[in-house]
Design a protein around this ligand. Structure first.
Ligand SMILES: [Zn+2]
Length: 318
């Protein structure tokens, strides 16, 4: 399938992923780069370069941007990006001027959720909640087959639901946010602490990270757990436990049919999801007397954000 082509760009805290996407959700060409995190002008220039390169070989009709931040309800401004330099940034119009294309700006998790609903793991499900687990937690809501953005565009920021009073500090300025307990950063934090203490797992992680504590990441912990390390497996189970509790809260509020879990931490598979499902069933209000939402792994992997952004831009043209 090809039809009308659109470019999707997924702008995360550290990486930009971009591609030309056809009407069937297939990615026909790729351009990836690093996010210039400190300067909105540099991000704009990077977007311009990527679009120019992708348009050399493809005739595209629209451009969708999935941005790791709070996007206003009109899809024109990034109000706030906890991990980036944007503060009330008029991104849509700036990119439209630069590229001459119709531009749609969406929250990155909303774009991923849309892609999973259109082409991925939850096609045709009317009521879906997406939880993306990376360094933080992103989220998206589909209600009755439509993305739900909220009155001000900021719905689905599940990572910043406060779950522990006076808990760990978060980049958003609050304390005790869910993403401090149920995302990849938990593994990173515990891994680095263990390396500094010199525990057996800490030494193993330090080796895997090339001898530098600051290079230890969640993926090293996941690899150790997959290798059968009991302590690393326990850390993943702790994260899964918090994940299940949070998802039970989301089910109490939204009653979805399916919860789709995406993001890099999904590589842990059942090491994460089995404890999450157990905690979900344990915590769900009215358990035993109501249907339970399924918890499934996302189908499109890291490309979901750019595929969804492109598709939303194409949909907006119609
Ligand atoms: Zn927060």
């Amino acid at each position: 399938m090809s039809g009308t082509l659109a470019i999707g760009i997924d702008i995360g805290g550290t990486k930009i992923a971009a591609g030309v996407v056809d009407e069937g959700g297939a990615v026909l060409a790729r351009q990836d780069g690093d996010t210039p995190a400190t300067d909105p002008e540099a991000v704009l220039a990077a977007i311009g370069d990527i679009v120019e390169r992708l348009r050399r070989d493809h005739d595209v009709a629209a451009l969708g941007i999935g941005a790791a931040g709070f996007v206003d309800a009109s899809g024109s401004r990034v109000l706030f990006a906890p991990h980036l330099a944007w503060r009330d940034e008029p991104l849509r119009d700036a990119v439209a001027r630069r590229t001459g294309l119709p531009v749609v700006v969406e929250n990155d998790a909303n774009a991923s959720g849309w892609a999973e609903w259109r082409f991925g793991a939850v096609q045709g499900e009317p009521d879906v909640v997406l939880v993306t687990l990376g360094t933080g937690i992103g989220g998206a809501i589909v209600i009755d087959g439509e993305p739900y953005r909220g009155r001000f565009g900021i719905a689905g920021e599940f990572g910043h639901m406060q779950v522990v009073p006076d808990g760990l500090p978060c980049d958003c300025g609050n304390r005790g946010c869910w993403e401090q307990y149920a995302s990849g950063r938990v593994l990173t934090r515990r891994g680095r602490a263990a390396a500094e203490e010199g525990t057996p797992l800490g030494r193993r992680l330090l080796d895997a990270a090339g001898g530098s504590v600051d290079e230890i990441l969640g993926l090293h912990v996941t690899a150790a757990a997959r290798d059968g390390d009991d302590e690393a497996t326990g850390w993943l189970a702790d994260v899964g436990d918090w994940l299940g509790i949070g998802v039970a809260n989301l089910a109490a509020a939204l009653d979805p049919g399916v919860v789709v879990v995406g993001g890099g931490l999904c590589d842990a598979g059942d090491l994460l999801l089995e404890p999450a499902r157990a905690a979900f069933s344990r915590s769900l209000t009215g358990r035993g007397h109501r249907p339970e939402a399924r918890i499934v792994v996302a189908g499109l992997g890291a490309d979901a954000g750019l595929i969804g952004a492109a598709d939303m831009a194409r949909a907006r043209m119609r």
